[in-house]
Write a protein that binds this ligand. Structure first.
Ligand SMILES: [Zn+2]
Length: 424
């Protein structure tokens, strides 16, 4: 027993201490505790052990031994949530890098990108596609404070059809075989098995590619890839394990099929029309628009960055900017914030807010809610993140100006506290 205990303690010292027992006092000029409520005037926020313990009106002094942070000239609000990132990926590059860059290097890149993300005010992200173990390693490393970064909800690799978006494409068969992440399936039984394998490996959420995708070397369009029975098997199996399903889906009928199968979110939903939106509404499927992905692709079209296969799909998708978001809003579909960071540079995530407002017609308040209360609910973490209240995680950011009248203020975050840790 003694040996086991000391071994445990030795391993514990390998990690940086979690948010220490110290108390931190934040004096905030204006506070948005909840994106759905009006902002309040000056307040003092007390943080202990990584959690908010009190929010009181006016400025209180720090008790002896507590650290005081002056944010009297700023608007303080909940840390932001991005439901769709790829921390290990960077924009541009050659698709053949996949055969050159090791999983280990990709994970170190992910650590750098995690820091850029949290510095931009995103204190929680959902990583929807990584190397088999790298996404989980990044998740565990930020949770333990080994590296600075956001809270990470990790999917591991996406589950794809053979030759679909998410499988290895564009290489000689034997090269593709060597790079295979064992993330494809055919038929309801095999797809259910794949979900259970990913659950066993540590996935927090199941990511599937329900349709073709823009940036892969598969030239099989953007239509539905998994069959209806396969989609149903994936969703039912994931739900039986307490896991939610995020479905990459572009074409209208692909979005509709994924919604019918009961996926929890349709990612991109680029070509969603009224019928697809009605199906989403009926199933309670949220839309994660990822308009920054379209912006990122648009910046690179015609510059020799993409192969002809990708270039054609990219032009088709970019022309849709904002249309599906408007169709979904017209049917009352829940809109949740996600960007597809990795398709563009990590750290620019907040650019999505202005696109939601300018192209999607959303109010700044709805856009902010999509990245706080709404996103927290989609993660089933609405009692932990997305608001500022006693008992909530101390995920707190501060900006100049008023994000409820100008969302671009969120593109310059001046202060970030993530799970009680101040990010420098
Ligand atoms: Zn993605």
């Amino acid at each position: 027993m003694r040996i086991i205990l000391s071994a445990l303690m030795a391993s514990a010292t390998l990690f940086a201490a979690p948010a220490s027992a110290e108390t931190i006092i934040l004096q905030a000029g204006r506070v948005i505790t909840d994106a759905n409520q009006p902002a309040t005037g000056p307040a003092t926020i007390t943080v202990t052990d990584g959690k908010i313990t009190a929010i009181t009106p006016g400025y209180s002094d720090a008790p002896a031994g507590a650290k005081l942070i002056n944010l009297r000239d700023k608007t303080v609000l909940p840390g932001l949530i991005d439901l769709h990132v790829h921390l290990q990926s960077n924009p541009g590059g050659d698709f053949r890098d996949e055969a050159v860059v090791s999983d280990e290097f990709a994970t170190l890149m992910g650590a750098r990108n995690a820091l850029r993300t949290v510095k931009a005010g995103f204190t929680t992200v959902r990583d929807l596609g990584s190397t088999p173990l790298g996404g989980f390693a990044l998740r565990d490393a930020t949770a333990k404070g080994v590296i600075p970064g956001p809270r990470i909800i990790a999917a591991g690799p996406a589950i794809s059809i053979i030759g679909g978006h998410g499988d290895v494409n564009g290489f000689r068969p034997e090269v593709g075989h060597a790079l295979d992440a064992h993330n494809t399936c055919t038929g309801a039984v095999e797809c259910a098995a794949r979900v259970r394998e990913f659950s066993k490996a540590g996935a927090d959420v199941i990511k599937i590619t329900a349709t073709g995708g823009v940036l892969s070397q598969q030239g099989r369009g953007l239509g539905q890839h998994f069959t209806d029975p396969e989609l149903k098997a994936i969703v039912d199996t994931a739900h039986s394990l307490g896991l939610r399903v995020a479905a990459h889906a572009h074409s209208a009928r692909g979005v509709e099929a994924a919604a019918h199968a009961g996926v929890d979110s349709a990612e991109h939903a680029t070509f969603a029309d009224a019928a697809a939106a009605k199906a989403m509404k009926a199933s309670g499927t949220a839309m994660v628009p990822t308009l920054m992905a379209l912006a990122g692709v648009k910046e690179r079209l015609g510059k020799g960055v993409y192969t002809p296969t990708v270039e054609a799909k990219g032009r088709e998708a970019v022309a849709q900017m904002g249309k599906a978001l408007k169709a979904a809003r017209a049917e009352g579909v829940t809109i949740a914030f996600g960007t597809d960071a990795g398709v563009f540079e990590h750290g620019r995530n907040a650019g999505e807010f202005a696109l939601m407002v300018e192209w999607g017609g959303m109010s700044p308040r709805d856009a902010l809610a999509s990245a706080t209360t709404v996103a927290a609910k989609l993660l089933d973490k609405q009692d932990e993140i997305g608001r500022l209240a006693p008992g909530y995680s101390a995920d707190i950011i501060a900006v100049d100006g008023d994000p409820l009248s100008d969302v671009r203020t969120l593109e310059k975050v001046g202060f970030v506290m993530s799970r009680g840790r101040v990010i420098d």
